[in-house]
Design a protein around this ligand. Structure first.
Ligand code: NAD
Length: 507
């Protein structure tokens, strides 16, 4: 088992990570190089220096991993009792908890997400495993259908087989476990293809799962590029399902590539979610939620409220308060506890977000940005930014920017703001702020989004369905909703009596 270096704490109390070892693939219970021996560089977004080199998996590695996963599914893993299987899931959760102080800094080092936020994500990751162990015990149940005294028909849930999981870089560890936990707890085996820009904690998870002692081949990690490793996983005939989280255009490409092998898909895609603030909203709480909702996770959050619609009666006060917040948000080193916004994941993504700020000016927005401390010029920093005087026709209002950037617009009445809110191709999340209970429900139900919060920021309840409508996704993860995807439902019809059977050809 390869071991990553633990973070040291320096005199200033800051975590310093040194000499992170190169990363291999994890296939059939062993850490191995890619078949073609290729590697790619992994960069630290705070300095843009290379952290380490990552084995670059491709078709041959995917083939090995799927073969191992298939063997485990048909062999040892498939023959365990539910209790035996779930004991491994609890073990993984315990091991993650034991290593929070090490995994969270690694995640911040790799992604630029502030350490105060990655600590919460890692704790959530352990909870994901425990939660799904409990869910399988209590909610993975069938239905029974009685037909008088003639039939008793009942359903059972069976694992599907090899699950291909493809994940993004924006909250890597948490999102990976959000898929791995239900996939394994329901009895599938897994091949994970993590995002190429954030491989460190996926490797740490492979080390943890190795330590938990799962049978070989139950869990495999193939690092590599989307177009090679990812595409081979999607096209593989022995992979029964693909759970994908990432950009909408990638999701559509994946569905095309999986069509020939009739893949089952779960798609968690992009967003451009509205926050609607009525004139009677709790002003201070709405400001808190609005700033947190767009600037936490460095703005790289799928459910970020990236479009603000504020009622014209309170717009000038609300915008003044936002300007004040933007100036005071602590932008800095992701390894420091007091940092609120860190650097974006990669120079390519940084260029993309910056190009949207230029576009916003060309489209007629007033662009108001906070500041970045001079000493951080090497990192991929974009300061928290407001796009004032925006309107629905602009690209910066229609397209997902995925950075710390919020488009600010005003509205006059309820009907108008519902139209504005729904006038994008995405439909992931929405937020409504009002003290009028009836209006809150009315507007919430009229907004076309998979998830909606009234008088709250995005607070997850793991039991509830997570996912988007329109171009933001297909299907739901979370709670028992994940069972529809990760299990095959079989109906068994049992004749209890002597029901009539047609007697063709009988004389
Ligand atoms: P991305 O689509 O570029 O990549 C996601 C993953 O897909 C990566 O592992 C990548 O290597 C892989 N991939 C790329 N091309 C592929 C192909 N042709 N075949 C198979 N795999 C391929 O997304 P990203 O930039 O990593 O993540 C940001 C996006 O994810 C944003 O759009 C964000 O909104 C979305 N996201 C959505 C949710 C949600 O729950 N709806 C959650 C987090 C992020």
């Amino acid at each position: 088992m390869s071991e990553l270096t633990l973070p040291d704490i320096n005199e200033a109390g800051k975590r310093v990570i040194k000499d992170v070892k190169d990363i291999q693939l994890y296939i059939d219970g062993a850490f191995v190089d890619a078949v073609n021996q290729e590697q790619f560089d992994n960069y630290n977004p705070f300095t843009n220096e290379s952290i380490n080199r990552i084995a670059s998996g491709a078709e041959a590695d995917i083939h090995k991993a799927v073969k191992a996963a298939r063997k485990a599914f048909k062999g040892e893993w498939g023959s365990l009792s539910q209790n035996e299987r779930l004991s491994y899931i609890y073990k993984i959760a315990d091991l993650i908890d034991e290593h929070i102080d090490e995994i969270a800094p690694l995640e911040s080092y790799d992604t630029g997400l502030p350490i105060s936020q990655t600590k919460k994500m890692v704790a959530r990751a352990a909870h994901n495993f425990r939660f799904y162990a409990e869910m399988v015990k209590s909610r993975l149940v069938g239905d029974a259908y009685q037909v008088d005294d003639e039939f008793l028909n009942y359903t059972i849930h069976k694992p599907v087989g090899v699950a291909g999981l493809i994940t993004p870089w924006n909250a890597p560890f948490m999102l990976e476990t959000w898929k791995i936990a239900p996939a394994l707890a329901t009895g599938n085996t897994v091949v994970l293809k993590p995002a190429e820009w954030s491989p460190l904690t996926a490797n740490r998870l492979a080390e943890i799962i190795d330590k938990a002692g799962l049978p070989d081949g139950v869990f495999n990690v193939v690092h590599g590029y989307g177009e090679t490793a990812g595409a081979s996983l999607v096209a593989h005939e022995d992979v029964e399902l693909i759970s994908f989280t990432g950009e909408t255009t990638t999701g559509s490409e994946i569905m095309k590539n999986g069509a020939d092998t009739l893949k089952r898909f779960s798609m968690e895609l992009g967003g451009k979610s509205p926050i609607i603030v009525f004139e009677d909203a709790d002003f201070e709480r709405a400001i808190d939620a609005c700033t947190w909702g767009i600037f936490s996770f460095n703005g790289e959050r799928c459910t970020a409220n990236s479009r603000l619609y504020v009622h014209e009666d309170i717009a000038s006060d609300f915008i003044a308060a936002l300007k004040d917040r933007v100036q005071n948000i602590v932008v800095g080193d992701p390894m420091r506890e007091d940092t609120q916004v860190g650097p974006l994941i990669h120079t390519k993504h940084y260029e993309s977000v910056k190009s949207y700020l230029e576009l916003a000016e060309q489209e007629g927005c007033e662009v108001i940005s906070g500041s970045i401390p001079k000493e951080h010029s090497r990192g991929n920093f974009v300061a928290p930014t407001l796009l004032l005087n925006a309107d629905t026709s602009m690209k910066v209002v229609q397209e997902e920017i995925f950075g710390p950037v919020i488009a600010v617009m005003t509205f006059k009445d309820e009907a108008e703001v519902i139209d504005y809110a729904n006038n994008v191709r995405y439909g992931l999340a929405g937020y409504v702020w009002t003290k009028d209970l009836q209006r809150g429900h009315r507007v919430a139900q009229a907004v076309n989004s998979g998830m909606l919060w009234i008088n709250s920021q995005n607070v997850r309840d793991l039991r509830t369905p997570f996912g988007g409508s329109k171009h933001s996704g297909i299907g739901r993860e979370g709670g028992h909703y994940a069972f529809e995807f990760y299990t095959e439902v079989q109906i068994i019809h049992v004749a209890l009596g002597e029901h009539r059977i047609p007697q063709f050809g009988k004389k």
